[in-house]
Write a protein that binds this ligand. Structure first.
Ligand code: ZN
Ligand code: ZN
Length: 151
């Protein structure tokens, strides 16, 4: 399996060699700002499975230990990596040449979802991270209260 993607201007191109470990649609305020859109879909790959084949990512540290990659020429949000989650490299699903290839399988950070963006009730909903036991829907919350960290 090979999938390719890149930014709006075409300067940055990447290739992935295996399917993602997971996929999600993130509603956190940080992703919202980074994308300039109401939410941001992610395909989470093993770091070794993603290769930048043209151009170079510019990086913005949106939180300590978090690196968001983008194109300095056109501004497209392309990637996300977190120091305390080593070995994984997230790619924005919509920057893939086939954005239908790896659709989100869950929604995360729904506590920050905008009121005018509808939930996809076909997908599990997580208030914050998709930690085991933290799903809000279709099951009742196993625990409540403030979680640690944010994307
Ligand atoms: Zn670009
Ligand atoms: Zn997010």
């Amino acid at each position: 399996m090979t999938a390719t993607g890149g930014c709006l201007c075409g300067a940055i191109r990447y290739r992935v060699s295996r399917p993602p470990r997971s996929t999600s649609l993130c509603h956190c305020a940080s992703c919202r700002r980074a994308a300039g859109g109401p939410s941001l879909a992610w395909a989470i790959f093993a770091e070794d499975d993603v290769e930048i084949v043209a151009g170079a990512l510019a990086v913005y540290a949106s939180s300590p230990g978090v690196e968001r990659g983008f194109c300095s020429g056109c501004g497209t949000s392309l990637s996300y990596a977190r120091a305390n989650r080593p070995g994984l490299f997230d790619v924005t699903t919509a920057s893939l040449d086939d954005p239908e290839a790896f659709p989100p399988t869950k929604e995360i950070w729904t506590q920050e979802r905008l009121s005018w963006e509808a939930a996809n009730r076909a997908l599990p909903q997580f208030a914050q991270f998709s930690a085991p036991g933290s799903v809000l829907w279709p099951h009742p919350p196993a625990r409540t209260g403030a979680g640690k960290g944010r994307t």
